[in-house]
Design a protein around this ligand. Structure first.
Ligand SMILES: [Zn+2]
Length: 315
C-alpha cells in the first residue's frame, strides 16, 4: 500500500480510537480565524487554546532536562501509534492539531533537533507524501522538543504562503540563481518575512544549493546551526524548499505583561502566514501592525539578508 493511503487510514483510526486526538480534531472544525489582508498576501490568525503547551513551552536546557521527553516512545501515551518511514522515523498523529491532518515525524533516537544531514530525508518524505508539506522548526525557532529530532507535516495549502507563492514569485521576488533544473528566489521586503525559495527537479543539485545557502546564514556562537524554519513540498516533478532565516526565537510582545503581552511564538506555521494564538485576548486584540512588527523582529535583519542575497547571486 502507498504510504499516503496508509497515513490516511492511520489518521482516521487514531482520531477515532484515541480520545485526546478525537476531541482535539473534532474541536478544530469550529476553530475561530481572522483574516489580515496585506499587499498581495494575507496572514490568518487562528485561536487555538490547545497550542498553549507549544507556544509557551520552556525550551531552555534546565526545563528540558527536567521533563520526560514526550517524543520518546517510552513516554508516549499508549494509544498513540506510529508508522515507520525508512527505518529512521516514526510518523505520528499530532494530538494538538493546527491542521485537519497534522503529523509529527519523529526520529527513533533521542538526539537533538539539528538540521545537518536531514535534508535528504525531508525531500524523501515530501516525495512519499505529495499531499503534505513537511516542515522543520529549529531548536530556537519553534521546536517545543529541541532535545528530540522531529519534523512535522500538514496537508498542502493549509498555510497562506503555499497558496500565494506562485503569484508572489512572478510579481514580488528576485531571481537569484537560474540553472536548468533549479531556481532560487528571494521574496521582496514587503512580504514582512525574509524568505528564500528553491525550486528544483534535481535532488542532488538542490541539496548542494541549500547546504551552500545555510553556510551563508549567520549563526550565534552558542548555537549549533543558523536560526531557521524550513518548509518542503513536492508536486510530482519538482521539490520546493522555503527557507525562512530567523533573528529571534520570540518577539518582545511575548515577554510583556498584562494588556501589552501577545503570546505568539513564531515557528514554521507562523512564518507560513498562519498565526497561532492560544489565548483568546491575543486573538481578539492583535492588529495588522502587531503582526508586521512581530514578523520583522523574528526574521533575519535587512542588512544580513541583503548580504546573503548578493553572495548567492554571485556564487
Ligand atoms: Zn526523546
Amino acid at each position: 500500500m502507498k504510504l499516503e493511503k496508509k497515513i490516511d487510514r492511520f489518521t482516521k483510526d487514531q482520531t477515532r480510537n484515541w480520545e485526546l486526538a478525537r476531541k482535539n480534531y473534532a474541536d478544530l472544525g469550529s476553530i475561530e480565524k481572522r483574516n489580515f489582508v496585506f499587499d498581495g498576501f494575507r496572514v490568518v490568525a487562528q485561536f487555538n487554546p490547545g497550542r498553549i503547551r507549544s507556544s509557551a513551552a520552556k525550551t531552555d536546557r534546565t526545563s528540558i532536562s527536567e521533563r520526560p521527553c514526550f517524543l520518546c516512545k517510552a513516554n508516549r501515551p499508549e494509544e498513540q501509534l506510529g508508522i515507520d518511514f525508512q527505518g529512521k522515523y516514526e510518523i505520528l498523529v499530532n494530538p494538538y492539531p493546527i491542521f485537519e491532518q497534522h503529523l509529527t515525524i519523529v526520529g527513533y533516537e533521542h538526539v537533538p533537533q539539528h538540521f545537518d544531514g536531514r535534508l535528504r530525508d525531508m525531500l524523501a518524505l515530501a516525495e512519499a507524501l505529495p499531499e503534505f508539506t513537511i516542515f522543520y522548526n529549529g531548536p530556537k525557532c519553534g521546536a517545543s522538543a529541541p532535545d528530540h529530532f522531529h519534523f512535522q507535516a500538514g496537508q498542502k495549502g493549509a498555510m497562506p504562503v503555499e497558496l500565494e507563492l506562485n503569484d508572489l514569485l512572478k510579481s514580488n521576488a528576485e531571481l537569484l540563481v537560474s540553472l536548468p533544473s533549479t531556481q532560487v528566489f528571494a521574496l521582496a521586503e514587503s512580504y514582512l518575512r525574509k524568505l528564500i525559495v528553491l525550486q528544483s527537479t534535481d535532488q542532488g543539485e538542490l541539496v548542494l544549493l541549500v547546504e551552500k545557502i545555510l553556510q551563508l546564514l549567520p549563526q550565534n556562537e552558542t548555537d549549533d546551526e543558523p536560526m531557521m524554519n524550513v518548509l518542503v513540498n513536492f508536486d510530482g516533478a519538482q521539490w520546493q524548499v522555503l527557507l525562512f532565516p530567523r533573528e529571534k526565537q520570540r518577539p518582545c510582545q511575548y515577554f510583556r505583561e498584562g494588556r501589552e503581552q501577545i503570546l505568539m511564538s513564531p515557528a514554521s506555521v507562523e512564518m507560513g502566514g498562519l498565526a497561532i494564538l492560544p489565548r483568546k485576548e491575543d486573538f481578539e486584540k492583535i492588529t495588522k501592525a502587531d503582526l508586521a512588527d512581530i514578523y520583522k523582529q523574528v526574521s533575519l535583519n535587512d542588512e544580513a539578508f541583503n548580504r546573503i542575497k548578493a553572495k548567492i547571486r554571485n556564487d
